[in-house]
Design a protein around this ligand. Structure first.
Ligand SMILES: *Cc1c(COP(=O)(O)O)cnc(C)c1O
Length: 859
């Protein structure tokens, strides 16, 4: 019989164990080994069968066992100590408080919006890298003491669970989650009723959502949930699935996350008497509607649209995560029109705001389309990509928003992603560090650097133990998968022999969009087979990944791998494990010797799985894309040469696959199997050590969150404060300035550019005086920045490698204002120069911000 409805009844804990309840609902347990060990010790078998879920173990453990534990003084003491430790963790000043004490201008609160959060497998509210990155951001923010609030949606069934059919086709299940059984609490008001946010929908309907709070260490994560009886059935379904449904469904989700999310933050901070956040961070464009809601708030308070936009921009940070144009959310403009209404009705989402102003924010070349990334860029003064290379790619991808600028001038920076070490590094490394060098904390760089002192044999033993753990997990999962695909127990003896703990183990696990090229390794199947079956130096390969349910192409790629791995001669050396998620990923990052990644460069924005592998001494074997482009250093793994510029994709795949095989055969395998008299692969171990001690500290999420704090949250705090203080004087001044620039710009011109003092045969460092007359169209000399731009000149007279030199105002002249620079020639070779004018205002983040530039015509 199928249950009509499912709910969770929490157990009544004996009074002496009441601390367990508190420990179970603060997700800090997920990265705090002593707390994990405590829950495991309640019932080790139940712990494993119950998916290592503290809330679940407290609900399912026999009450006699709880009675015994309540009478066990040592256990009660452990609980009390861990509760005290948690309280200390929550209250103690940490890095952020030190920065504030030493005078840094930092936000009193940061609201961080994301459509998915992967904090722990017990809260499967994520599909892949983006969500897990958001989860790691929260955890590192907690460790560093940031006053951050996470905001997103709680999906009834999260992302799908993957299994395989007998013929290797992906099958999907959407088990529904019961919030009562998750580590969540409801935001309630004084009378204990749930606080609801209301969001107006077309046709005088209202979408309501309750607010669940997941406590991630010090960080509250607010998750909106529309599945309540107050909503009609259609609106109840808004938060049904992550990445399910059509455009209409999706726009509703994004409106709830953005508009409803701001309202949830307001309810939360008011209820807890916390200061309103001073910085808002959009993790990808999906949450972009939050800017509109903040404009509405300010507009309702009496500010005009332009000033409200200026204030919102000043305090908003936008992070773009995809270099794949198809990965960006684009809605029909009519859909946005439908949901945001014409602003005339008081009940509309944005009363009093003209539709055209909203559409302008998401405009792209095609006026029928509303682009969420453009909206993010236009409603945030500061924006970034997620690796250095991705910063470059993003500047090119979005340069249409800055017409007239070279891509290198586009004001999009980068913060390279990082991963949360306490979540992703194996306990074995913590134990080793504690035993040998006395370090217990591996959150920060020093912990990893100290592994330099560990002996080669200790390093190798740890790597080998991790590989053995993985082999056991692979066997368990292969067996379960075979049963699901219709095998019987009697046929499954072979699964006990799958994989070998002494064989070089390569991992490849990720979502399956085309650009990640899941099947590149199968390009020459016989060559792969020979490597798998090599009698002396074999390799074994573990593969995992989910294809988007609507992507049959991706499912066909999975099927190719599965069919290859099903062949009896190789099935002990290559496996496809279904249902890639955090709980599986962990074993792969811990145990794989080599982490393989072969995306089509430069389509991987950052990639974080390789970082997690590196934190466990895994060596990356990867195309130089994303993070690996900047962090590959010759000793921490291998760079697969790319065939950049080869247009024929088939040929490019052939070339890159051949390079991959070649590296494996000639370099990776020999290093791994080259053993000294002591049985150790000395050169391999040194690469492991280098990876742990040199690459490890660079890939930490604590480094990433510190970068965001110093490079983005700090400046946004100052800009936000300047824009709102004195009754929004800064925002009004900025709005006024933009209007003046818009009106004047068509008339801004550069004439009479003259160079004096240049010798007949100029050399590097020769001095010259450059002057120009600039027509300002009514702007003042201090409203602009005038620059001399020097650079190498190519055949098309385009300047490259440019150096800019500010030109100073000298006074008026016929036809405009005179500007002049005395400078030395900064470049040698074929050098050219020009003069350009940019808007300049102290409240702009940079002179390129407004996307306006003028020069001598023609430019
Ligand atoms: C880290 C992680 C990802 C993202 O890895 P990429 O390298 O960005 O593909 C996806 N899924 C899981 C379960 C992860 O742990």
């Amino acid at each position: 019989m199928k249950a009509l409805r499912r709910f969770t009844v929490r157990a009544q804990l004996p009074a002496r164990l009441s601390g367990l309840a508190e420990l179970s609902v603060n997700l800090r347990w997920s990265w705090h080994p002593p707390t994990l060990e405590l829950f495991e010790s309640i019932d080790p078998d139940l712990w494993v069968s119950g998916d290592r879920d503290p809330v679940r173990i407290l609900g399912e453990v026999r009450s006699s066992r709880l009675e015994d534990l309540a009478n066990d003084d040592a256990f009660v003491q452990r609980v009390d100590d861990l509760v005290a430790d948690l309280h200390l963790y929550l209250a103690q000043p940490r890095w952020f408080q030190q920065q504030v004490d030493s005078g840094a201008d930092l936000p009193v609160g940061i609201a961080y919006f994301s459509m998915e959060f992967g904090v722990s497998e017990v809260l499967p509210n994520y599909s892949g890298g983006l969500g897990i990155l958001a989860g790691d951001h929260l955890k590192a923010a907690s460790d560093l003491g940031l006053p951050l609030i996470g905001v997103g949606l709680l999906y009834r069934s999260g992302y799908f669970r993957q299994s395989l059919t007998a013929d290797g086709w992906q099958a999907e299940r959407y088990p529904s989650l019961d919030p009562q059984g998750l580590p969540l609490r409801l935001l309630t008001d004084e009378s204990d009723s749930p606080v609801l946010v209301h969001v107006a929908m077309p046709g005088d309907r209202v979408l309501r959502a309750r607010i669940w709070i997941a406590q991630v260490g010090r960080i509250p994560l607010l998750l909106l949930d529309s599945d309540i009886a107050d909503n009609d059935p259609e609106l109840r379904g808004v938060t049904d699935r992550l990445y399910g449904g059509d455009q209409d469904h999706r726009v509703k989700q994004e409106i709830l996350a953005g508009v409803g999310g701001v309202r949830a933050v307001r309810a939360y901070t008011e209820y807890h008497s916390l200061p309103a956040p001073s910085v808002f961070h959009m993790n990808e464009g999906h949450a972009g509607f939050l800017g509109l809601e903040r404009i509405r708030e300010l507009h309702a308070g009496g500010l005009d649209f332009d000033s409200a936009l200026a204030a919102v921009r000043a305090s908003t940070v936008f992070t773009t995560h995809t270099p794949v144009p198809a990965g960006i959310d684009r809605f029909p403009a009519d859909l946005v029109r439908l949901y945001f209404g014409d602003g005339t009705a008081e009940s509309s989402l944005l009363p009093g705001i003209e539709m055209e102003r909203i559409l302008e924010l998401g405009r792209e070349s095609d006026p029928a389309v509303f682009n969420m990334a453009h909206m993010g860029l236009r409603s945030a003064q500061r924006a970034n990509g997620v690796s250095k290379l991705h910063g470059i790619v993003s500047r090119g991808m979005f340069d249409e928003l800055w017409p007239g600028f070279d891509a290198s001038d586009v004001p999009i920076g980068s913060v390279t992603n990082g991963v949360h070490a306490p979540t992703w590094a194996s306990q074995r490394w913590l134990d080793l560090a504690a035993r040998t060098v006395g370090t217990r904390t591996m959150e920060e760089a020093q912990g990893w650097e100290q592994l330099a002192e560990v002996s080669a044999s200790d390093l190798w033993e740890t790597r080998s133990a991790l590989r053995s753990d993985l082999v056991a997990e692979v066997r368990r999962r292969v067996r379960n998968s075979a049963l699901e695909r219709g095998s019987t127990d009697a046929e499954l003896a072979w699964t006990d022999e799958v994989f070998d703990p002494s064989v070089l183990t390569v991992g490849f696990a990720r979502r399956v969009p085309t650009y990640k090229r899941l099947t590149l390794m199968l390009r020459q199947p016989e060559r792969l087979r020979a490597m798998l079956l090599d009698p002396v130096r074999p390799v074994q390969l573990v593969v995992a990944g989910k294809s988007h349910p609507a992507d049959d192409g991706g499912k066909a790629l999975i099927q190719q791998i599965v069919r290859f791995a099903d062949q009896h001669d190789v099935r002990h050396r290559i496996v496809f494990l279904p249902d890639y998620d955090m709980s599986m990923a962990r074993y792969l990052y811990w145990g794989c010797d080599v982490w393989l990644n072969n995306p089509l460069r430069p389509l991987e924005a950052c990639g974080t799985s390789g970082m997690k592998s590196a934190l466990n001494g895994g060596l990356n074997l990867s195309i130089r894309d994303g993070w690996w482009d900047e962090m590959y250093d010759g000793e921490n793994g291998w760079a697969i040469p790319t065939a950049d510029g080869v247009v024929d994709e088939n040929r490019r795949d052939d070339l890159e696959a051949a390079a991959l095989y070649e590296l494996l055969e000639k370099s990776v395998l020999p290093k791994f199997y080259d053993r000294g008299d002591d049985g150790l692969p000395a050169r391999w171990v040194e690469m492991v050590r280098h990876t742990l001690t040199v690459t490890g500290p660079k890939v930490l999420a604590s480094r990433m969150v510190r970068d965001y704090t110093q490079q983005y949250y700090g400046p946004a705090t100052r800009a936000g404060a300047a824009s709102i203080s004195d009754d929004y004087a800064g925002a009004k001044a900025m709005a006024d300035y933009r209007r003046r620039v818009d009106a004047a710009w068509p008339a801004v011109t550069v004439t009479d550019v003259e160079a004096d003092g240049l010798p007949d045969t100029p050399v590097l460092g020769s001095t010259l005086t450059l002057s120009a007359t600039v027509g300002l169209g009514g702007l003042g000399p201090s409203d602009v920045s005038v620059q001399a731009v020097f650079g190498h000149v190519d055949q098309d007279e385009q300047l490259g490698d440019v150096v800019t030199v500010p030109m100073l105002h000298q006074g008026s002249a016929a036809g405009g204002e005179r500007f002049l620079a005395d400078t030395t020639l900064p470049l040698s070779g074929s050098v050219g120069y020009t003069v350009r004018v940019l808007p300049h205002h102290p409240l702009l983040a940079g002179d390129a911000e407004l996307g306006r530039v003028a020069g001598p015509s023609p430019m």
